[in-house]
Design a binder for this molecule. Structure first.
Ligand code: S3P
Length: 328
């Protein structure tokens, strides 16, 4: 559970949407849940029932949301002042988006929706809350003068652990629309695949797609995946451009269905551009989307299909005309 806290105008909603999209989690805004449950706006609740009633309801809903399912969860700016809410936060990653008072006012002062913006002692409320935000935070992220994308990447770099790779490996964190993943470049890394894979708590089976010439690589990858407790199913695929088509996809998808491959299982593509695209297209469409790992064995596959999520097929009329974007 990733929780965003901070004053009004800190960017909890804007950054929260980006973060959720890149981490593959739903985004939940506690104020919106309160509004949909009650059928009234936060402003109406403040006006009709008063702030204490709003705070009680806010605590109740936040406590419920924190019990799961996992999400990126943005609190209203006053949500963490409730002591019982602070107790519920144990075990969550709490990101405090820090904003200066003047910048917060520049961002939200024209807003008609937030009832507390008209409070005469607003600056005192702001100052009172600073230590509350600091105390609950597992990460403090400055936001003044920064773009939402930069703030989002800053958070992701703090949250995503880069596995320890053998000496001489270069690891790069890629975070973009649709996914966040590490790219590892180094010699002999295939044997370390088990250590380099991110956590896959629900995967039982890994399907290894590779062409015949890459059988030695399949053997190494297979041993590494087994060390992660996965049942490994190698499937041979063609590596000719002419075979990168819907006919091949239908054939391999049928094999996945025969193996009863589950949505949380893993598709692994070992090979050149053709195999990378076939693996990517299947991972993007089979079960309407599955986790994907790419082990490119050629420079073209590294630069073309492995980074950026390209997953395309050829049509008789032209190459790469049919495809999707699915991040590994
Ligand atoms: C509040 C902040 C608002 C909303 C309510 C009270 C606060 O949420 O929960 O108006 O006490 O700071 P945002 O922080 O999303 O504006």
């Amino acid at each position: 559970m990733i929780v965003l806290v901070g004053f009004m105008g800190a960017g909890k909603t804007t950054v929260g949407h980006l973060l959720a999209e890149r981490l593959g989690l739903p985004f939940v805004d506690s104020d919106l849940v309160i509004e949909s449950r009650t059928g009234r706006s936060v402003r109406e609740i403040f006006a009709a029932d008063g702030e204490p009633a709003f705070r009680a309801l806010e605590h109740q809903i936040i406590a419920e949301l924190l019990r799961g399912p996992d999400a990126v969860l943005a609190f209203g700016g006053g949500g963490v002042e409730h002591p019982d809410t602070q107790d519920c936060l144990r075990g969550s990653q709490v990101i405090y988006l820090r904003v200066g008072y003047d910048e917060a006012m520049l961002r939200v002062s024209h807003d008609e929706y937030r009832p507390l913006l008209r409070a005469p002692n607003l600056q005192a409320i702001f100052e009172r809350r600073l230590s509350v935000y600091e105390n609950v935070a597992t990460h403090v992220v400055p936001t003044d003068g920064r773009r939402p994308e930069a703030i989002c990447l800053d958070i992701i770099e703090r949250l995503v652990q880069v596995p320890s790779a053998p000496a001489g490996t270069t690891s790069v964190l890629v975070s973009c629309m649709g996914g966040t993943y590490n790219v590892h470049v180094g010699a002999g890394l295939l044997a370390d695949l088990d250590r380099l894979l991110p956590p896959l708590p629900h995967a039982r089976t890994a399907v290894l797609l590779a062409a015949a010439p890459d059988r030695p690589a399949v053997t190494v990858a297979q041993a590494a995946l087994r060390r992660r407790g996965l049942d490994v199913r190698p499937i041979e695929v063609p590596d000719r451009q002419q075979a990168k088509d819907l006919g091949t996809i239908a054939q391999v998808a049928g094999a996945l269905a025969d193996l009863a491959i589950h949505k949380d299982d893993l598709i692994v593509g070992i090979g050149g551009e053709v195999v990378g695209d076939i693996a990517g297209f299947l991972a993007s469409t089979y079960n309407r989307g599955m986790p994907l790992v790419l082990l490119p064995t050629t420079l073209a596959a590294q630069a073309d299909a492995a980074v950026g999520g390209k997953a395309s097929l050829n049509l008789p009329q032209g190459r790469n005309l049919l495809g999707t974007v699915h991040q590994p």
